[in-house]
Design a protein around this ligand. Structure first.
Ligand code: SF4
Length: 451
């Protein structure tokens, strides 16, 4: 049996003309994990294609195609699926969009997988072999991540990525932020891999600088402490994602630093407490953000802090206020997104019930476009304001102030800031804003401040 596993391209990740090229990409784990789950007894010939870095051959000769679909890549997945099915190749969809909006995805595929694939992907393949493919497969709640095969990282071309040393200890999150797909797609049970199996996976790659893609690596603090302790003897550097709650647990923060944590991404989301409250992220408190940054820096940990614009309590001055605060606090890498009501989330249902969804063109659901009517500003103000925050924080003066103010890991920080500066200055080129009449995107940092 021949299987092709495909991650369709989205607007921001496209190797021809997309913003993120090799320099900012690390290998995705989804396809390599799916490949590892194909039972050896099937003796399948597997090919994997990350369309963000390579084209899919026109003459793809396979028996089955599996695609992982996020909302932003759904139109591309549907387009590809139509082509394959026309040639008689059955197509299976899985991933967050499929799990959250099965009614949207199902008509475009022969079968869909809702939830994590560990148990149902092998079952689906078995059904396929015996010509008994069902229209849908749903993950059972008693899923375990223990004793699973290691992802087949060898199947992706390492030269095309920043790193292949990407690992995962946990999945899911215990929180229920209303805009986040995680709790609505997979519930609030944090699934965990046994720590010794993660260590064995890291050791087999001789990895010394790794990325954990866990969405909230400290969701279960006892588990996090066990993991961090096990990482200490490996003497490596790691980067990952955590909530700001890490700073409230000084012992865990110290342990994270001792285990080699060199950089964390945290969702600050908003500097407005009312926004955090309505989005169920009240555990963030803006008055503590300065402490969060300085505590991380004291432990030689850099911070990517993500802010989201367009929430209901944002006024038109929020962009520059947030950008100035990010510079003042010396955040190593501030990131900005436009709040996106992904289908299936609580935010989507609320905005939809208020009649404020303005487009269901899923390709625009990428955190960089406005797909709804904001409460206190126009869609144009939100789009331009978001871009102005990027440009202002990544102006040369904004960059140097932050980098020197942070004072840690300066060479890496300079490189990362230059990468994001490029992103900030090219963001407008990839907008697909025909629906905004008269939109004139390019603006300079000076104009950004005036906006
Ligand atoms: S803390 Fe992060 S991962 Fe968890 S629900 Fe909120 S946004 Fe999602």
């Amino acid at each position: 049996m021949k299987i092709a596993l495909i991650s369709p391209k989205g607007p921001l990740y496209h190797h021809r003309g997309g913003i993120f090229k090799k320099s900012l990409r690390y290998t995705p784990l989804t396809l390599t994990t799916l490949a590892s789950l194909v039972p050896e007894s099937m003796k399948a010939e597997i090919k994997i294609y990350d369309e963000g870095i390579e084209d899919i051959p026109d003459n793809l000769d396979v028996d089955l195609v599996g695609m992982t679909v996020i909302t932003g890549s759904a139109p591309r997945a549907y387009h590809l699926s139509k082509k394959f099915r026309k040639k008689g190749i059955p197509v299976v969809f899985g991933g967050p969009h499929v799990t959250l909006a099965p009614e949207d995805a199902a008509p475009h595929a022969d079968s869909i997988v809702q939830g994590y694939a560990e148990d149902i992907w092998p079952e689906l393949l078995n059904d396929f072999i015996f010509n008994k493919l069902k229209p849908a497969y749903i993950q059972a709640p008693d899923l375990s991540l223990a004793d699973r095969p290691f992802p087949r990282r060898d199947m992706l071309d390492a030269k095309k990525f920043l790193t292949t040393h990407v690992f995962e200890a946990t999945r899911g999150c215990i929180h229920r932020c209303d805009f986040c797909v995680v709790p609505f797609a997979w519930g609030t049970t944090p699934y965990q891999k046994p720590v010794d199996q993660i260590v064995a996976d890291i050791k087999q790659h001789w990895a010394k600088r790794i990325i954990f893609i866990d969405l909230n690596i400290i969701a279960d603090k006892d588990y996090a402490a066990e993991l961090f302790e096990a990482l200490i003897p490996l003497n490596l550097k790691w980067y990952g994602l955590s909530t700001t709650l890490l700073i409230k647990d000084k012992q865990l923060l110290k342990l994270a630093a001792e285990s080699g944590c060199a950089g964390l991404l945290m969702g600050f989301e908003s500097i407005t407490p009312d926004n955090l409250k309505i989005s169920r992220k009240g555990f963030n408190s803006p008055e503590d953000y300065g402490d969060v940054v300085s505590s991380l820096h004291e432990h030689n940990i850099t911070l990517q802090a993500c802010f989201t614009f367009g929430m209901d309590h944002d006024m038109p001055d929020i962009f520059m206020e947030t950008a100035k605060m990010a510079i003042k606090m010396n955040i190593d890498l501030p990131r900005f997104a436009i709040v996106t009501p992904f289908p299936g989330t609580s935010l989507y249902h609320r905005i939809e019930s208020e009649g404020r969804i303005t487009t269901r063109d899923w390709e625009l659901y990428d955190g960089q476009h406005v797909v709804f009517q904001p409460r206190n500003m126009t869609p144009e103000e939100l789009l331009i304001g978001h871009e102005s925050a990027w440009k202002y924080t990544y102006s040369f003066s904004g960059m140097w102030k932050r980098i020197l103010g942070s004072g840690i890991q300066i060479p890496i920080s300079i490189l990362a800031n230059i990468g994001y500066r490029f992103y900030a200055n090219h963001l407008h080129s990839y907008y697909n804003c025909d629906w905004i009449t008269g939109f004139k995107p390019p603006i300079s940092p000076k104009k950004a401040e005036a906006a």
